[in-house]
Design a binder for this molecule. Sequence first.
Ligand SMILES: Nc1ncnc2c1ncn2[C@@H]1O[C@H](COP(=O)(O)OP(=O)(O)OP(=O)(O)O)[C@@H](O)[C@H]1O
Ligand SMILES: [Mg+2]
Length: 602
Amino acid sequence: MTQTAPVQKTRFFGISKILRFLKPFKRVMLSMAALGLTTSIIDVAIPLFQRYSLNHFIKGNTLDTLPLFLIIYILALAGQSFATYVSCRNAMTVEVSVNRDLRHAAFEHLQTLSFSYFNQNSVGYIHARVLSDTSRIGSLASWSFMDGVWHTSYLIFAAVVMLAINARLALLVLIIVPLVAALFSLFQGKLIRANREIREINSNITSNFNEGITGAKTVKTLAIEEEMDRRFTAETARMRKRSVDASRLRGAFAATMNLASSVALAIVLWRGGYLAENQVGTFSMFMSYAQGMMEPVRWLIDAISDLITTQVNIERFTNLLAVKSDVVDTPEVVEKYGDSFCPKKEAWEPLVGDIEFEDVTFRYPDGQETVLEHFNMRIPFGSNIAIVGETGAGKSTLVNLVCRFYEPTQGRVLIDGRDARERSQLWLHSSIGYVLQNPHLFSGTVRENLLYGNPNASEEQIRRAIELVSADEVVARLENGLDTDVGEGGDLLSTGEKQLISFARAILADPRILILDEATASVDTLTEQKIQAAIDKVIQGRTSIVIAHRLSTVRHSDCILAVKDGKIVESGTHKQLIAAKGYYYDMYTRQYEDEEAAKILG
Ligand SMILES: Nc1ncnc2c1ncn2[C@@H]1O[C@H](COP(=O)(O)OP(=O)(O)OP(=O)(O)O)[C@@H](O)[C@H]1O
Ligand SMILES: [Mg+2]
């Protein structure tokens, strides 16, 4: 289900916070404003032309100055068309460029956020911030800005011209404006409520649809197709009903508006007839302005409510940019080692691979319980450590702390004898190869995925890496070998295949610290044995941490840590722990018996 994070209240209009994104387009926007003014001046001038032609040519019954009149008239119209074309082109440029910059800023910022942000905010929520909020802001800065200048200046210029020509008739026409505006806002309130409801239903439909697709397999295994279909149908039926209601409302709105403007015009006709005293040209000019003002007034009322909703988009977007990662490099560290986007690799000390937990207490930012309490552990450089323990014991948490994906609530994690926080995250991450419990591949080919581990790897290095982790057979089975497309998230491959590819990817990076979190959980026993042999080879000269449920795979580790409820309950070699006949011994014999029983039972 889509989780929506609360919108934090900001004290002032959030637009000031996105001004920096508009700054590069200051000149284009100024030219849009100038062109908008030009367009509206010509708009206001057209009724003046009509007035002149009626008064001069028709009433005066003459054709003198007609050629000049026509030339100026045509030039004005051509100028207006050109101004409109350039404005639209500029607005389009500003819209797409602002969108691009906002999305880029959001994406770059998201990459700096720690794991906990992604745990706390759903993909759908982040998606909406990056895509729909940015597009609302982009269109505000371009089209709304252009239309705003155009419509507002039209109203002002038209009012000035009317007042200058016939003040009494002008006041009569201008009185219509607030009346029409009041009527507009009355309808608009209802329309906004209707549209809001439709949007809510629409997002329910999207979320049902998403769940139906992403959970398609689960839907089938639970045989709940009918239930899912019923829910979807109910929502779409509600959507249809509300949309029809809203269309009716819109129709009534349009009809009432037409009626209102006709009535308003009739009043002008009736009263204006006396006031204009036989001046047909002036009278027709007033009629044009009275009609011409309807659209700008409607637009302005719309714009006010749009601005209110867009403010929410702006606030949510700027709040996203303001989210601070739980794990940040201090300014001194960034100064010395650079950040994730501009690393200063020349200043990086080589990472040796000595890890130490010093009195570490840890609770997840959104977690209820303390996972680790006063935890101490030392993993000397080059050693091969295995972590075993029940589900939820805290094994993945330990390696997440080693990788500094989270930071201890209290205590320190030392890398090569120094607090991990003293050096940049990228420095550490560049030297760690981590095969996650749920491996993820990016869409693209197997080769492209492997190259994420080391963009400069040669064909030979790629071949050796896949051979080393026994992924060569898997790759050979794929239709196009290394050039096979793995699908979104690698979903065209099996979980075991994904694990092997991500293992090869980690090896290709030649990391100082290698972490395997249940890296062989989804492969068959034969492949596992091969991987085991590979692990024995690749851990030479590196520090490695292997988390495994199947204890037979960690027998050869230098040291096995048995973890229970976030504490090391036992540690030692396989032999020592078996001899101790404690927690590990119990786990091992239980598993061994199960495996033997399984063998006997065939
Ligand atoms: N992101 C999180 N937010 C809050 N609590 C979490 C989070 N991840 C794990 N936990 C909690 O921390 C505890 C340890 O989890 P951890 O993932 O380290 O277990 P594990 O030993 O790796 O288990 P498994 O063998 O199932 O992978 C569990 O109680 C879990 O509920
Ligand atoms: Mg785990």
